[in-house]
Write a protein that binds this ligand. Sequence first.
Ligand SMILES: *Cc1c(COP(=O)(O)O)cnc(C)c1O
Length: 426
Amino acid sequence: MQRDTLVFDLIRKELERQRRGIELIASENFTSLQVMQAMGNVMTNKYAEGYPGRRYYGGCEIVDQTEQLAIDRLKQIFNIEYANVQPHSGAQANASLMLAILQPGDAILGLDLSMGGHLTHGSPVNFSGKLYQPHSYGVTREEGIIDYTMLEAKAREVKPKLIICGASAYSRDIDYKRIRAVADEVGAFVLADIAHPAGLIAKGLLSSPFDHCHFVTSTTHKTLRGPRGGVIMMGKDFENPFGLKDPKGNIRMMSSLIDLAVFPGTQGGPLEHVIAAKAIAFGEILTDEFTAYAKQVQSNAQAMAKAFVNRGYQIISGGTDNHLMLIDLRNKNISGKKAEQVLGIADITANKNMVPYDDKSAFVTSGIRFGVAAVTTRGMKEEHMEFVVNAIDTSLMNADDANLLAKVKKDVNDFMSQFVLYPEMG
Ligand SMILES: *Cc1c(COP(=O)(O)O)cnc(C)c1O
């Protein structure tokens, strides 16, 4: 077969784009070279429906070992009893978990999408809002912190089967204990979706959901810095208290019900090449190097937040506990949409985002979200946040000055050349 230079040239261009820009999309990161290499391996050729030791295909004795390694390492990272590493993505992990514990039409309660929640927590355009009956809680108008009083009142009112916490654009730690207390009162399960802060939770830098939440889902590619994918975890396995049955009518342990909901419930063959890359990433997370990385992420986020506040920017909730922050741009007279466009011209990548109680549409928005997981992987420290925030501020305050934006872009490109990305790739 002739080498497809058309596609490989585009891949090369994407590498150059990643190298020269400042990546501030809060959900992105740069995997290690070995994690990326593992994704392009012969295990992509293998069908392995089922789980290690109980597959529906022959020839699984090697992929059984990589998958088991991924499971064992993930359990070690969070000190937990159960992990399923097969979900293809974070959304798939949530779909599987909900399939395992809910019936169509059951009420669920999650953080509103426009307040920082995720599509899979009950948005009407998502399976979670179509198959189940979605209800939502928000954040307080004054402080931008989760409105726990509202959450409790909603839970008592709608009696959900599942309360979902965790978010995509929320910069504060979460009071899992308080959420569990009301869940117990109304007979609901609690799911913590830690897709964003998982890498910080792994190192004890944020409170752990495992003591209080029945289930925890995550992506593996955000602060965990692994390949694109998802996982489902439980601190402790348990017999299901509501007598949920498997498709054959047997009452089973929760771990079995979740395994069945991933496969055959929502997925077919697992991506064993990606699972091999997950195993490598989880091994990296267990090192002291990753501990230093996670701490640096948190310090960089705080330094960045401070630099924004010093320039008069309004951060929702006033600051950050994790790797990200959401900025309300209304006092700066620029929309999230325009801000995203302008920063793009300067080779700074970020995404527009609704802010709580936003008066603009989801296409325009009043906010922008910044995360530092990716730039921290590039090697940035606290002292570099000043340059980054200055470049952002200069761009936003001169949004229609093409010459100035061209100069910021050049400065950004020069600045980034000191943080070499994938030097092995030439
Ligand atoms: C990113 C994210 C997901 C979805 O992950 P995908 O891999 O994009 O499907 C789910 N939940 C939350 C809270 C997220 O931030």
